[in-house]
Design a binder for this molecule. Sequence first.
Ligand code: ATP
Ligand code: MG
Ligand code: FE
Length: 336
Amino acid sequence: ILILGIESSCDETAAAVVKNGREVLSNVISSQIAIHTLYGGVVPEIASRKHIEKINQVIEQALEDANVTLDDIDAISVTYGPGLVGALLVGVGAAKAIAYAAKKPLVGVHHIEGHIAANYIEHKDLEPPFLCLVVSGGHTHLVRVLEYGKFEIIGCTHDDAAGEAFDKVARAIGLGYPGGPKIDKLAKEGNPHAIEFPRAKIDGSKYDFSFSGVKSAVLNYLNGCEMKNIEVNRADVAASFQQAVVDVLVERAIDAAKRLGEDKIAVAGGVASNSALRAAMKNGCEKNNITLYYPSPVFCTDNAAMIAVQGYYEYMAGTRSGLDLNAVPNLKIGER
Ligand code: ATP
Ligand code: MG
Ligand code: FE
């Protein structure tokens, strides 16, 4: 079974061909980062326009790289939410046009379920059930993956997402967009225990997160230094901030796995490529006899291979979307 996946929820225009849900035949990603960097973040109108310019070319390239034609494709899967509505509509429109013209089944996929499915690509042994720590630019969730298409959210952030906090702190210390990879790099030169930033606990919930407090603490620290005319050691700020975020993520994920009796944890989303998070998760999982999974960096951030993978499992389960499929900017995990 060959699935053509299409992704355009944020600032990556992407298409991929995946065989039998696990074998990536092509994975084309056209990133708009260079353009949005000029504005310090993603500008939705520009994102939509750039998706329109690139989408056909990216899809053609994905077919060509996979050495297949549209005729060989069994179904088209596309991200229909969550994300920027104008950006989503470009991928959804393209997928519907192809499905209609080539008479192929269409399968709408949830972007975050796609991020989770990215773990299947390089871990052929990974199957549900498992616990997934989703840490992306806009989402931070603890999710029980019960079946390929069945999810139970057991925790989420009450304010900023982990990736969002990385991006905001990076901007505050002058690293630019997207900040996650830059903080990761700079933190390697800093002392993670130099500054004590808060590890927030949410009253009444063991599994929820809050990252706006640590972000504000960094901003306050920077303001304080400026007022007192103290030179900021940016590497120490990056390392100490990163440590505070990583500590909370790892503690909650391991604690949840132990309480729920899960012996597998997968990490998904852009922040899953963070080197400190990976190292700390590895350490925590080893101590607790939990098997840890995470995708290669290219499959952590937005891509269409992950959408084709999740699309494959949905397709096999009989899910079909009509040509009335619409973009749903605030689509919830597990919603159909
Ligand atoms: P969402 O998936 O929630 O809709 P998104 O698609 O914008 O949001 P992703 O593509 O999953 O987010 O990931 C991008 C995020 O990952 C950005 O916030 C970026 O800073 C962060 N990120 C990428 N690499 C790293 C890294 N090495 N360390 C920390 N954060 C990182
Ligand atoms: Mg992106
Ligand atoms: Fe994403």
